[in-house]
Structures are given as structure tokens and as C-alpha cells.
Design a protein around this ligand. Structure first.
Ligand SMILES: [Zn+2]
Length: 288
């Protein structure tokens, strides 16, 4: 069986022309242990199967335990499966190139990107996040994806080398998206709608402005930066066990500071279904 490091070197070979040196921005070449640039900046593949391309890693609110809980919950409940399927369906119908380079800017523990790439044979993914614990876990997915710990604002990607940028439930950096996309490339952005996690909102935020989610601003910003070529709504529910509710509460920014007695009070209500209510926005670079 191949080691995680060997697998990562193979993934690196598949997308090497889309990468650049994080220090001097020169093109990279694959070596036996990782990659190097003409100025001899070398990057080794970590034994866990990812590349570390960021200078300093900031402390994330997400601990390793939280990432593990998240990955487990998403897998057990197929939490985002209808969303992933919607994105894959759109790509299959609208994008004709057979072999796509798909980047997830803010990949976390990798569930979204690996789920999408697995359904698009011949395509390659690049997952980028500054949270090392998340990227380490992402290597467990075993999809055609290269996982990178790197800065999203100064990503180690070549100009105009990427076909699709995924930006799922995380902040956008449109300047960087435009820089890395090919002229015919797309941004697929997912934003939460008013009823996203409404069971948590209505309990923990009753009577406050956080009781419903406002996504207008993100949507307007998207439309001002890109030509919007697709919008779809994805709304469904999932059944959760008590353990899964507790994990969801712990991993959701909305509720992760909630006091323990409030969390217990919520669990005692015996809520079974959680609502997932999202908008998928698809945009392409505006012609100048
Ligand atoms: Zn260099």
C-alpha cells in the first residue's frame, strides 16, 4: 500500500503547473520528497500527506478534536450530501472540460472538496486552509486532491490556472479568486439562508437579530464582483442523535460559546431534525 506521502507526491505531480513558490512566486518542480523552485526554496510533503506552504499558522478556534467531531458528524449523517450533489450536477451539465482543476478556498477537514472531486473522474482538487489540524484530517478522504496548509489571501497558486474555485460557507476573497481563475473559470459560492440551522437559532438566539440569517450582503457582493450565471436553493433536513446535536453545537460559530446548561436545556427538548437551507451562487469572471 502506498504511504500518504507517496499519494501526496502523485497528487502534487497532477497539479504542479497550477502551483507557485510561496516565497518567491516562481514555478515549482516536483522532487522525490516534495517540490522546489529555481531559487531552491524546497517544500517537503509531510508524512501525513499534505504540504505546508504558510509561514506562520494562526491559532484557530477549531481544535483537532472539533475537526474530528465535524468530520465524523458530516460523514455519519451525510450532512452536506444534497449540497454536494447539487454542485456536481451543475458542473456536469454546464462545464464541458473533462479534466478540471478545482480549488476549495477554506477546505477545512475536506469533506466538500473530496465529495465533489470523487464524482468527477479525471478532475483534480486542491484543498487550501490555514488550519493545519483540518488539513491533516482531510488527507483521510483518499480522493484526487492535494491538501495544502497555506494562506488564502496569498495562495500558492499560479495566475489563471484554476477552473473552479469553491467558497463554501466561508469568507470570500474575490481579488484572489479572480487572480487564480482561468478566463472561463467559475466561482461556486455557498451562503446560508434564513432557515439554516433554524432549530439552533430559534433556541439560542430567540428575539435577537441572529435568530434568522441575513445573507443579502454576501449575495450582493458576489453579484458586483462576478457575472452570476446560476443560483439555486438547496433546502433539506437531517435527523441527529443527541451526540450529533452536541457536536453540531460545539462546531458551529453561532453556538460554540453557549453555556453548558443552555446546551443541556436544548438537548432536553428532544429536537430531532435540523434544517439545512443554503443558496448556491455560480459566477464567472466579468469580461473587461
Ligand atoms: Zn521560491
Amino acid at each position: 500500500m502506498k504511504s500518504k506521502r507517496q499519494v501526496a507526491v502523485e497528487q502534487l505531480e497532477a497539479v504542479i503547473t497550477a502551483l507557485r513558490c510561496p516565497i518567491c512566486q516562481s514555478a515549482l518542480e516536483v522532487t522525490e520528497t516534495g517540490a522546489t523552485c529555481p531559487h531552491r526554496h524546497t517544500i517537503d510533503v509531510a508524512k501525513q500527506g499534505y504540504l505546508h506552504l504558510a509561514g506562520t499558522v494562526t491559532k484557530s478556534r477549531y481544535t483537532k478534536e472539533l475537526f474530528i467531531a465535524r468530520q465524523t458528524l458530516l460523514k455519519e449523517t451525510k450532512f452536506f450530501e444534497p449540497l454536494i450533489d447539487e454542485i456536481v450536477k451543475w458542473i456536469r451539465e454546464e462545464v464541458t472540460e473533462p479534466s478540471l482543476r478545482i480549488v476549495d478556498m477554506g477546505c477545512g477537514e475536506g469533506t466538500h472538496l473530496s465529495g465533489i472531486v470523487r464524482q468527477l473522474p479525471g478532475s483534480h482538487g486542491i484543498g487550501i486552509d490555514l488550519a493545519k489540524d483540518g488539513v491533516q484530517l482531510a488527507t483521510n478522504h483518499g480522493a484526487d486532491v492535494l491538501w495544502l496548509v497555506a494562506d488564502l489571501a496569498k495562495s500558492p497558486l499560479q495566475d489563471h490556472s484554476i477552473d473552479i474555485v469553491l467558497n463554501i460557507l466561508s469568507p470570500a476573497n474575490h481579488t484572489e479568486f479572480r487572480r487564480v481563475l482561468t478566463p472561463s473559470g467559475y466561482v461556486i459560492k455557498v451562503i446560508p439562508n434564513a432557515r439554516y440551522l433554524q432549530e439552533l437559532r430559534s433556541f439560542f438566539y430567540a428575539g435577537t437579530e441572529k435568530e434568522t440569517f441575513e445573507n443579502e450582503e454576501a449575495g450582493e457582493r458576489f453579484a458586483s464582483e462576478l457575472e452570476v450565471v446560476g443560483i439555486s436553493q438547496v433546502t433539506y433536513t437531517k435527523n441527529l442523535t443527541e451526540k450529533q446535536w452536541r457536536d453540531l453545537i460545539a462546531m458551529t460559530p453561532l453556538t460554540w460559546n453557549a453555556p453548558a446548561d443552555q446546551v443541556d436545556a436544548f438537548i432536553e427538548r428532544g429536537e430531532s431534525e435540523v434544517t439545512i437551507d443554503l443558496t448556491v451562487l455560480i459566477g464567472r469572471v466579468k469580461e473587461k
